[in-house]
Design a binder for this molecule. Structure first.
Ligand code: NAD
Ligand code: UFG
Length: 333
């Protein structure tokens, strides 16, 4: 069975392509390398001994999508193609709505024309806005605090409307918590350009002495050590969640929503200290003011995914820290 993966050269997409191959699927990628590199294709091949079919181009390009669907019998699509930097989305909202929503809309349009109606969509825990309690279940109220979050919320609404209009679609909306880590081979991982916005890539650069120290955004939150708590999930576990979701939508026609997290929350200081200890490196830090828009605590209730997808994150924080560091060191070579 062939799966079209939009944004398949990116961080989560590349790990998902590896898992797709390992689960016996064939993989077709479309990516314009706006936030990834062509060498990822070689790395996927190095890990799996299989090379994805690849189309370089914009996932909004309907003609290119038509070509792909004409050249391959696509059974399902996984839509990763999007911009994802929250701060940038506040500065360039139109660019975010334009890219993130049109990637989804045009993909659905072409899929519908080709009667391919199995879709997995990358959503985010950001759609829970500022949750009142934790753990967060899929039934919690939704809101968004920035344009990036709105693109995910609207993406979900578009898919709900599409399914309401035609229940022969089968759609899994996956709300990721905080993906970290890298493939254990050290060949693929997350390597943002410039100064990272997210915690784990920032810690990696501090540990690797590319940045002088970690800025901890606030130590006065109502959490056990005052720093923000998040549900960090190993990217390989997350990638496996997509295989479970594909199985689910293959077996039944539905639209369903799943949290993909571990159900455990770790604080910023726990992350920095564990990383330093496990990898025998130094991660100096200083306490800075809170970052605007951050919430104190966020972690998933994972029961629905466990029950219905038969999937559960397995990798520990130690593995997340080890694998991140291995990739950082490897990518310097
Ligand atoms: P990423 O930036 O590493 O991957 C996205 C890929 O899509 C990149 O390879 C990029 O080049 C490609 N892309 C973007 N726009 C494109 C377009 N118009 N045409 C073709 N290719 C395009 O991001 P990621 O972390 O792998 O995230 C994948 C998905 O998961 C995104 O939809 C993101 O919003 C979502 N998500 C990510 C996180 C996270 O923390 N990483 C959390 C929640 C949800
Ligand atoms: N943090 C720091 N210093 C840093 C970076 C982050 O202290 O340099 C703290 C933040 O204040 C927060 C925690 O580390 O408490 C995690 O921050 P990230 O930026 O890594 O992640 P967020 O939870 O803020 O957001 C991420 C993605 C969003 C996504 C969300 C849920 O950036 O796009 O996870 O999936 F929506």
């Amino acid at each position: 069975m062939k799966v079209l993966v939009t944004g398949g050269c990116g961080y989560i997409g590349s790990h998902t392509c590896v898992e797709l191959f390992q689960a016996g699927y064939e993989v077709v990628i479309i990516d314009n390398f706006v936030n990834s590199k062509a060498e990822v294709l070689d790395k996927i091949e190095q890990i799996t001994n299989k090379r994805p079919f690849f189309y370089e181009g914009d996932a909004r390009d309907i003609e290119l999508l038509e070509r792909i669907f004409n050249e391959h019998e696509i059974h399902a699509a996984i839509d990763f193609a999007a911009y994802k930097a929250v701060g940038e989305s506040v500065e360039k909202p139109l660019m975010y709505y334009q890219n993130n929503l049109n990637c989804l809309l045009n993909l659905c349009e072409v899929m519908q024309r080709h009667n391919c109606k199995n879709l997995v969509f990358s959503s985010s825990a950001t759609v829970y806005g500022e949750p009142e309690t934790v753990p967060i279940t899929e039934a919690f109220p939704l809101s968004s605090t920035n344009p990036y979050g709105s693109t995910k919320l609207f993406g979900e609404m578009i898919l709900q409307d599409l399914y309401r209009s035609d229940s022969t679609w089968s759609i899994a909306i996956l709300r990721y918590f905080n993906p970290v880590g890298a493939h254990e081979s050290g060949l693929i991982g997350e390597d943002p350009n410039g100064i990272p916005n997210n915690l784990m890539p920032y810690i990696c650069k501090v540990a690797n002495k590319e940045l002088p120290c970690l800025h901890v955004f606030g130590n006065d939150y109502p959490t056990h050590d005052g720093t923000g708590v998040r549900d960090y999930i190993h990217v390989v576990d997350l990638a496996k969640g997509h295989i479970a979701a594909l199985r689910k939508i293959n077996d039944s026609q539905l639209l369903d929503i799943y949290n993909l997290g571990t159900g455990c929350g770790y604080s910023v200081l726990e992350m920095a200290n564990t990383y330093a200890e496990i990898n025998q490196v130094e991660v100096p830090y200083q306490i800075d003011p809170r970052r605007p828009g951050d919430i104190p605590e966020c972690y998933a209730d994972t029961k629905k995914a466990e029950r219905e997808l038969h999937w559960k994150a397995e990798k520990s924080l130690t593995q997340m820290c080890k694998d991140s560091y291995r990739f950082t060191v490897n990518s310097q070579k």
